[in-house]
Design a protein around this ligand. Structure first.
Ligand SMILES: NC(=O)c1ccc[n+]([C@@H]2O[C@H](COP(=O)([O-])OP(=O)(O)OC[C@H]3O[C@@H](n4cnc5c(N)ncnc54)[C@H](O)[C@@H]3O)[C@@H](O)[C@H]2O)c1
Length: 377
């Protein structure tokens, strides 16, 4: 076994957001590698119990990274290694609820660093976002040195904030910290929903016999990264000394056209409903995304292993295995911006499909504030 995997044995590892899409995969891997305890701290705001690995060395603590009682509880177990993955995810969610975004991704991240510092945690690995922090005008492939002040959502701003706080804690207190910038994760473990990524949402719609909505031309590209490759990078980031204090892209290093991805999804699921045009999203300004993975290769020895076709097939298989749970839990509340309209249309037309998950929606910050303004007039 490789040293970066061996060193997990008998360690106490804290994974914030460990019940989420990437966190649940990381938790399972850490537990399988023989960690003495993998503590999952998750408030379950965007996660499902059936998705948390149920293993004897996994300790689930339901709580928020913004709640000091929960933080005291998990840091009292003296984690050797902390993976900070909890986040208010992602762009559209942060546009609708910027205050919650700032609380979780800003204050929550600051608190995790403070507790890690106070408890002298051996290492913190922060989940940053390469899709977020380079803005829309960076030259491709995206390299870590590029800095942008032109971020287009609160989520992008608070992911950058998490990196800036990391720099402060590393520089000021010598907190051993590594910043990993993920690109478009996909794979088993990500339950579709209004605020989720395009691949699970397309698979969900395709398996529901609905057309796949394009908010752009379809010519856009993304650097889709299979979740087990991200997990492998995280294990490496928790080990290699050279990585300390650095930020690095974790991606596949290959571009996939959205149109090609959609066609593959329809083909794999046997969906005949094709594609449809949807309203563009103001913040969605990136035509192409492609990351340089040179730095991760150099500092971590990272090399993605799963190619896109194999990863997509495995993701569809996971959907088939958990279809009942996914159909029950996928949340597409009515009247909001993302991929909901087709699902709703189908619900209205066909009463046999009412079990396609549809939840009541919360008021966005904007709606709430305009109500307050109305009231105080
Ligand atoms: N998925 C991607 O494509 C991607 C890309 C770049 C960066 N990231 C980052 O990677 C991390 C994991 O992403 P993911 O796709 O697994 O997202 P996810 O939403 O599935 O996981 C985040 C988890 O955090 C939990 N959470 C939310 N608020 C919390 C709080 N206040 N306290 C405790 N737990 C809380 C949620 O319930 C969820 O289980 C996030 O930090 C995300 O910003 C993800």
């Amino acid at each position: 076994m490789d040293d970066y995997k061996k060193h997990i044995k008998d360690k106490v590892v804290l994974v914030t957001g460990g019940a989420g899409a990437i966190g649940s995969n990381l938790t399972r891997e850490l537990a399988d590698l023989g960690a003495s305890t993998v503590i999952v701290l998750d408030d379950m705001s965007a996660a499902y119990e059936w998705n948390i690995p149920s293993l004897p060395n996994v300790l689930f603590v339901k709580g928020s990274v913004t709640d000091e009682v929960s933080l005291k509880r998990v840091f009292a177990l003296k984690p050797d290694l902390v993976y900070h993955l909890a986040a208010f995810f992602a762009n559209q969610n942060s546009v609708d609820f910027p205050q919650r975004d700032l609380m979780t991704n800003g204050l929550g991240t600051l608190l995790v660093y403070q507790y890690a510092q106070m408890c002298q945690t051996g290492r913190v690995v922060f989940a940053s976002s390469g899709c977020s922090i380079y803005g829309h005008a960076a030259p491709l492939p995206l390299k870590e040195d590029f800095m942008s002040m032109h971020l287009t959502t609160p989520y992008q701003i608070t992911k950058m904030l998490g990196e800036l706080y990391a720099n402060f804690f590393h520089h000021h207190y010598g907190l051993p910290i590594v910043k990993t910038r993920f690109f478009n994760s996909y794979g088993p473990g990500e339950v579709p929903g209004q605020y989720r990524n395009v691949i699970p949402n397309f698979i969900f719609r395709a398996m529901s016999g609905l057309p796949l909505p394009f908010t752009g031309s379809g010519e856009e590209t993304r650097d889709f990264t299979y979740v087990t490759d991200i997990v492998d990078a995280l294990l490496r980031a928790g080990y290699f000394e050279k990585a300390l204090g650095h930020e690095m892209n974790i991606a596949s290093g290959a571009e996939v056209r959205i149109l090609d991805m959609a066609e593959k999804v329809n083909e794999l699921t046997g969906n005949k409903a094709g594609i449809i045009r949807a309203r563009p999203r103001i913040w969605d300004t990136k035509k192409r995304l492609l990351a340089s993975i040179e730095r991760a290769r150099e500092l971590l020895g990272y090399k993605p292993k799963v190619d896109f076709d194999a990863g997509l097939k495995a993701t569809v298989e996971w959907f088939r295995t958990y279809w009942n749970e996914i159909r029950r839990d996928a949340e597409f509340p009515p009247g909001m911006s993302a991929a909901a309209p087709g699902v709703l249309a189908r619900k209205e037309q066909d009463t046999d499909t009412t079990d396609i998950g549809i939840a009541a929606r919360a008021m966005t910050d904007g709606e709430r504030l305009s109500q307050v303004a109305e009231f105080s007039r």
